[in-house]
Design a protein. Sequence first.
Length: 479
Amino acid sequence: MKKLLNRKNFFVVSVILLFLFLSYFLLQESLEKTLFLSFTLFLWLSTYLYTKDLTFSSFLYILIVLPFNLTLQLQGNVEIFNTYFNFPSPFVNGIYSNYLVPTLSIVDIGAVLFLFSILVEKGFKYLWSIIKDFKNGFLLFLFFLLIQNIFLSSAFTVLTSTRLVLYLLVLFSLIDYCKENSSEKVLLTSSFVLLLNLIIQGAVGILQVFKGASLGLLFLGESQVVNGMQGSSFVDLGGKLLLRAYGTFPHPNILGGFLVLCILFGILSSKKIPGVGIPLVILSLIILPFTFSRIAIVLSVLILFLLLLRSILNLKTKQFSFSPLLLLERFRNLLSGKDSGWGDRVNLLKASWRVLKGNYVFGTGSGSFVKGMENFVPTTSGGISLVQPVHNIFVLLLVELGVFGFPIYLYILLRLLVKNVGKVTVFKVMVVTAILGLGFWDHFLVSLPQGSIFLILMFLLLLFDSEDLKKKGKEKLSL
């Protein structure tokens, strides 16, 4: 009887009861989404019953749901939030922006499950143990966020600040978990889950390109897009409009970032389990052209070039030939000025400077960059307002956290790297190149829950290069 009433089982039952309560709100939005979420929680429960490892099961849950852009808008859809919280208007200069709508993501659920799982297994004193090496910076950052939120008095900023701290704690605890457990168990099982997700995302994305529209998989979080429609991401190549592959991610560039992540996992796991690692790399390279994501393609080329240097292998070019003529035109447009992507990014950078000048002390608040552009929103060459965050995570964090909060946050991450990452290897250079490339070209690594998990997984890869794996335990996979 005592075994049935232990803390872990009590936590599992509590999660199930809480989900049943939240299902009332979810059912009002979509029966299909509710059923899919129920299925993912069933997988979480089944994994826990099989492995008896609550933390590991919650980590796998994050990986399983990572590609699915399932969100619940708290403003408007959940009455309790409308009654007790005063969220700001999601309109900027009369234009609706989903970046200003408070939402709960399925990935957020996974992050909360993971953090509470490890606290249930290790106790709440564990929190101090994982932050003690960073306590000065972390406590100072918490103090800054407290002052910032008091000054800004925005329920939306409170929500996004909480999410920022949540993902920091997930990063700390996940690194600690991987140090205490076999890295092979975490890395190889992660690679297997990513491979399954990759097959799904590849199939959905390629079908989207050939159909020229979404597939109607709204219950999986698929964006509703149509080739040539405003708000959809497509390219004009050779006089033909082509819809870019989304998968179930909110944008093709995010799918491209996911593919870069899969390539890195594939490279690292290929030495231990080639049957998973090599297909991860090859399938990612096959799917990548359909995203038409220039930064993802450039990064994959750089990664493969570094891989050649490390392995000193004579790989045949045709093995990794993924640049059809249409892709060459996609890059040529960037240089000729026909493509507005570069100009849009420059305009957003200029706007970010204006936003920073008016909010340099406390920043605009986490997630509120778009609101800070009110009254001077930049436009595309076609006159469409760019109501979106600046496409550079370092500038975005600087504007949102201000000149005091940003250095503290950066200090925490850099100290984390210095303490946990050993000597420089070629693979670590690949990972850092991916982080910097995606970070300087887009904003999703910090603006979206999915991107935050990408960043966390890349931090883990810095710990898991081939030499580090040899030093870890030889524990067999429990799955």
